[in-house]
Design a binder for this molecule. Structure first.
Ligand SMILES: C[S@@+](CC[C@H](N)C(=O)[O-])C[C@H]1O[C@@H](n2cnc3c(N)ncnc32)[C@H](O)[C@@H]1O
Length: 242
């Protein structure tokens, strides 16, 4: 995580739940010490300067960053970036801004970018909640992807889940009217929470009766394939901003 992180705005401070013991905002992630492979280190050194954007407390101009005016999709927690790269290759006319705090994941996505010759992805190695609040203009995103967010299984950790009403209310303001929010999870209680929280947000409407068919652009990840073979379920939730 960058050490240039500014204090959240007073408004943001109020919105974020505080950890009563540590007295700081509860985060949806824990930064793990992960080993970077040599390919990831190389990708970071060579491609990082072009594709990894510095977090700054100022508005991003996607048209300037990507050198064109195109629909913009924001992704929270791309993991190792497999799905991100495949989707960006399929939807070549869309630009993707991906946030991930785990350094090996950033290196892995840079490798995919290189191997596939992609130019429509930019990365923030930073808390997506801050990037959204500080850098993304209101009503500007065509879509938001949140695929397999950390499920925080234990009840005492549920408060770390990303999909909660205060964050969704903040997130949805950055989506343009008609733009979409697509979440997927393999943890049924979290899938139910997604339906409830998004269903209760007045600015969102469900595109399906309840859970959605997996949209054609979302590829199955290795992890998901393995789960499906073991008989585990996967739930997609797709809402649209009114
Ligand atoms: C369970 S993984 C799923 C990764 C990927 N989307 C996939 O489908 O394989 C969730 C990821 O979200 C990242 N993450 C969680 N909260 C985040 C946040 N606020 N900002 C950026 N990344 C976050 C974590 O570091 C983790 O890599």
């Amino acid at each position: 995580m960058s050490d240039t992180t500014p204090d959240p705005s007073p408004e943001h401070k109020q919105e974020q739940e505080q950890d009563p013991v540590q007295r700081r905002p509860i985060k949806s992630f824990v930064v793990r010490a992960g080993r970077m492979g040599s390919g990831q280190v190389k990708a970071l050194a060579e491609l990082g300067p072009k594709f990894v954007l510095p977090f700054k407390a100022e508005r991003l101009n996607p048209a300037e960053v990507f050198g064109r005016k195109a629909p913009v999709v924001f992704e929270i927690g791309f993991g190792m970036g497999d799905a991100t790269a495949k989707i960006a290759q399929t939807l070549a006319d869309t630009d993707f801004i991906g946030c991930e705090v785990h350094a090996p994941g950033v290196g892995a996505l840079l490798k995919h970018i290189d191997e596939r010759g992609l130019n429509n992805i930019r990365i923030f190695q930073h808390d997506a909640v801050d990037v959204l609040e500080q850098m993304i203009a209101p009503d500007s995103l065509d879509g938001v992807h949140i695929f397999f967010p950390d499920p925080w299984h234990k009840v005492r950790h549920n408060k770390r889940r990303l999909i909660q009403a205060p964050f969704v209310a903040q997130l949805v303001k950055h989506i343009r009217p008609g733009g979409y929010l697509h979440c997927a999870t393999d943890w049924e209680p979290y899938a139910q929470q997604m339906l409830e929280v998004l269903g209760a947000e007045p600015l969102l409407e469900n595109t399906a009766e309840a859970f959605a068919q997996t949209p054609a652009y979302r590829p199955l990840t290795k992890f998901e394939n393995r789960g499906i073979k073991l008989g585990h379920g996967v739930w997609d939730v797709v809402f649209r901003r009114r």
